[in-house]
Design a protein around this ligand. Structure first.
Ligand SMILES: CC(C)(COP(=O)(O)OP(=O)(O)OC[C@H]1O[C@@H](n2cnc3c(N)ncnc32)[C@H](O)[C@@H]1OP(=O)(O)O)[C@@H](O)C(=O)NCCC(=O)NCCS
Length: 204
C-alpha cells in the first residue's frame, strides 16, 4: 500500500519536476532508473517469453524488436507533453527484474496510465508491488498527478492482485474493449486518486 503523505508536499502539474530530478527512484530493495542500451539482453529474457505477453496485444519480441524497443525507451523517458512516456527499468542488486511505465492520457498531464512486466525469474517476491507503489507515490508527489489508472485483462489474475495490493480501486469493467491476440476481451479499469493517498483536502 502507499504511504500517506502530507498534503503540502504535492505540486501542481504546471511546476512538475523534470525527470532528471525525479530519477532514480529508490525503495527498500529496488532502484527504478532510466533504460541503458546494455539492458537489451535482460529485457529480451522476459519480453521474448510467451507467458509474459499472454495478456497484452503484442506477440513475444524478437531480439531485433527488443533492441528497437529498448533504444526507443532510452530516448523517450520524459514527462514533457502528451506524447511522452516514463519508461523505467526496475533493478534489484544491479539485476534487471522488470520494468514499469506511465504515460499521460490527455493534455492536462494530470492523469497517468501505467503498464508493467516483470521477469518470471523474479516474480512472487513483491518486487512489482514495491515498484508500482513507489512509482505511483512519485507520480503524485513529484509530477503532481491527480489520478493514475491501469487497464487489466480480467484473465490476468497476477495483475488484478497487483492493482489491489497497491491500493488501486476497481472502477468498472469495459465490455469487449481490447483486441488481445485476435480476440475482443473485456478490460478491468483500476484507478487511484492523489486524494486517496494524500488526504481529501487537496485543491484541483
Ligand atoms: C503482473 C506481474 C508484474 C505481477 O508480478 P508478481 O511478482 O506476482 O507481483 P508482486 O510483486 O505484487 O508479488 C506478489 C506475490 O509475491 C509474494 N511475495 C513474496 N514476498 C513478498 C514481499 N516481500 N512483499 C510482497 N509480496 C511478496 C506475494 O505473496 C504474492 O504472491 P501471490 O500473487 O501468489 O499472492 C507479473 O505477473 C507480470 O509481469 N505479468 C506479465 C506482464 C503483464 O501481464 N503485464 C500487465 C499488463 S496489464
Amino acid at each position: 500500500m502507499l504511504n500517506r503523505r502530507e498534503p503540502e508536499t504535492i505540486k501542481s502539474g504546471a511546476d512538475r519536476e523534470p525527470p532528471s530530478m525525479l530519477l532514480p527512484i529508490t525503495t527498500d530493495r529496488l532502484l527504478l532508473r532510466r533504460y541503458h542500451p546494455a539492458d537489451v539482453r535482460a529485457t529480451h529474457g522476459y519480453y521474448g517469453d510467451p507467458e509474459v505477453v499472454r495478456w497484452v496485444p503484442w506477440e513475444p519480441w524478437t531480439l531485433d524488436e527488443t533492441e528497437e524497443r529498448v533504444r526507443r525507451r532510452c530516448d523517450r523517458t520524459t514527462w514533457e507533453g502528451p506524447d511522452s512516456t516514463l519508461s523505467l527499468v526496475v533493478s534489484h542488486l544491479d539485476v534487471l527484474v522488470g520494468d514499469i511505465c506511465m504515460w499521460p492520457t490527455d493534455y492536462t498531464m494530470r492523469v497517468g496510465e501505467m503498464g508493467w512486466a516483470f521477469d518470471p525469474e523474479h516474480q512472487g517476491r513483491g518486487f512489482a508491488s514495491e515498484a508500482v507503489s513507489a512509482f505511483i507515490g512519485t507520480a503524485f508527489d513529484v509530477l503532481g498527478l491527480h489520478r493514475v489508472v491501469a487497464h487489466v485483462d480480467p484473465r490476468n489474475q497476477a495483475s488484478l492482485r497487483l492493482c489491489q495490493r497497491v491500493g488501486m480501486t476497481m472502477e468498472g469493467q469495459l465490455r469487449s474493449h481490447s483486441l488481445i491476440k485476435g480476440e475482443w476481451v473485456d478490460t478491468v479499469l483500476f484507478g487511484i486518486l492523489a486524494t486517496d493517498v494524500l488526504g481529501a483536502s487537496l485543491g484541483p
